[in-house]
Design a protein around this ligand. Structure first.
Ligand SMILES: NC(=O)C1=CN([C@@H]2O[C@H](COP(=O)(O)OP(=O)(O)OC[C@H]3O[C@@H](n4cnc5c(N)ncnc54)[C@H](OP(=O)(O)O)[C@@H]3O)[C@@H](O)[C@H]2O)C=CC1
Ligand SMILES: CC(C)=CCC[C@@H](C)[C@H]1CC[C@H]2C3=C(CC[C@]12C)[C@@]1(C)CCC(=O)C[C@@H]1CC3
Length: 369
């Protein structure tokens, strides 16, 4: 019988390696001496020493070609939460993840590290210092979260020492950093539309925002500590910055850093949540006719108006995790990385000219077209 030669433990594949987190992970793996193959539906960059394979993770044959001489796989691909397409989330996050597991097992991959999400336990109500043993959300707040729950279960259940196939799930929360296509761009877009004037609720709700390099560090530690005799097998781990911050302080620091005003006026949480629910139902009803993407979804309002921060004690204990970049440094680096999103300054004007321009802007806002 021919014995399969085990590929080097430093040969890995990153599914979703063209995305925001995936690309940071690839760059760090290369720095650490790993040889990396990227598998993604899109190719957005090139890095010397990294091979790119464009394909859909629902296609097992395409995956098998890439995974055949790899011992370690990171799976951080997902459709964007903003697409709100239930069928696509099921196809990619649940069915596609089953295909990834089958392909890994057939190809003889030994370790699979899934990027899950701390939101798998979030139901839209406060979570303070949540541990990994909180139950999965019974009523997940959106389709994306619903499928992230199923995805995590499928991956953790596949962990088998007998089959020499070990799995672990990393649950990050509120990832931010350079090149993030979501958090800062959505924030700036909302500010530019003049909609960032309001604080939802009393503004004291604490939230985890996690710098992307810390999330990458958590993934690599998990890969390096995942062994048949380690406690990591088949378990989920929160990876955060371990510095919960008021949601609205974080938003304000990023906005002010980029030259925009911080929100000032308070709106009751239940009122905004109710309006977001109503808008969401209307968009669902109208979907066959027109595809509207509201800024204020119930999930976003819940994220903006409740406490949701998590303990990463388990990751500290089992894999020696500690954040490598502190929150204030992370915010400063992130702000500096978006020069193109800075508010454009008015050229130097006399007081009366500046007043006329400001007045004109206010007036144009109340114009009826
Ligand atoms: N960003 C955050 O705050 C958080 C993210 N996560 C999780 O982290 C992971 C990475 O997120 P992030 O980097 O922000 O997301 P991105 O959208 O930036 O990256 C995901 C990548 O996966 C690709 N992809 C989508 N569908 C497929 C498919 N069928 N086959 C192959 N590749 C595919 C995407 O391509 P394309 O862009 O063309 O669709 C994209 O390149 C996700 O699993 C997400 O659920 C968890 C918690 C928080
Ligand atoms: C902590 C965590 C899980 C963050 C996830 C990132 C996004 C969900 C947020 C990034 C920008 C946020 C944002 C809002 C909601 C949550 C985000 C999309 C609002 C739409 C909330 C309501 C407002 O007043 C405007 C906000 C713009 C920015």
């Amino acid at each position: 019988m021919a014995t399969r030669i085990r590929p080097s433990s430093k040969r890995c594949a990153v599914i979703g390696g063209s995305g925001f987190l995936g690309r940071h992970l690839v760059e760090r793996l290369v720095e650490k001496g790993y040889s990396v193959a990227v598998f993604d539906i899109s190719q957005r960059y090139q890095v010397p020493g990294v091979t790119f394979h464009q394909g859909d993770l629902c296609d097992k044959q395409a995956l098998l070609k890439v995974l055949k001489d790899v011992s370690l796989v990171f799976h951080c691909a997902s459709p964007s939460p903003a697409c709100d397409d239930r069928q696509l989330f099921w196809k990619v996050n649940v069915e596609g993840t089953r295909t990834v597991i089958q392909a890994c097992q057939e190809a003889g991959v030994q370790k699979l590290i899934l990027t899950s999400s701390a939101s798998v336990v979030f139901e839209g109500t406060d979570i303070k210092n949540g541990k990994e043993d909180l139950p999965y959300a019974k009523r997940p707040i959106d389709y994306y979260t619903e499928t992230k729950i199923h995805q995590e279960k499928v991956v953790l259940e596949a962990c088998s020492k007998e089959k020499d196939f070990l799995t672990v799930a990393i649950r990050p929360h509120g990832i931010f950093g350079p090149r993030d296509p979501q958090l800062v761009p959505i924030l700036v877009d909302t500010a530019r539309k003049g909609k960032m004037k309001f604080i939802i609720g009393d503004g004291t709700n604490l939230v985890d925002f996690t710098y992307v390099e810390n999330v990458v560090h958590g993934h690599i530690l998990a890969a390096e500590h995942l062994k048949a005799d380690s406690p990591l097998c088949g378990k989920a781990y929160h990876i955060t910055n371990d510095e919960p911050i008021r949601f609205w302080d974080f938003m304000s620091q990023v906005l002010i850093g980029l030259g925009y005003d911080a929100p000032r006026y308070h709106l009751p949480y239940s009122l905004v949540y109710g309006i977001a629910m109503l808008l969401w139902m209307i968009t669902c009803l109208l979907r066959p006719l027109v595809n509207i993407k509201p800024t204020f979804t119930p999930m976003r309002v819940a994220l903006a108006g409740t406490h949701h921060y998590y303990s990463c004690w388990r990751a500290k204990q089992d894999m020696g995790y500690q954040p490598v970049v502190k929150l204030q440094e992370a915010i400063a680096r992130t702000v500096a990385s978006y020069p193109h999103l800075r508010k454009e300054e008015l050229p130097f004007l006399g007081q009366s000219e500046a007043f006329c321009i400001s007045f004109g802007c206010v007036f144009s806002e109340i114009r009826v077209d």
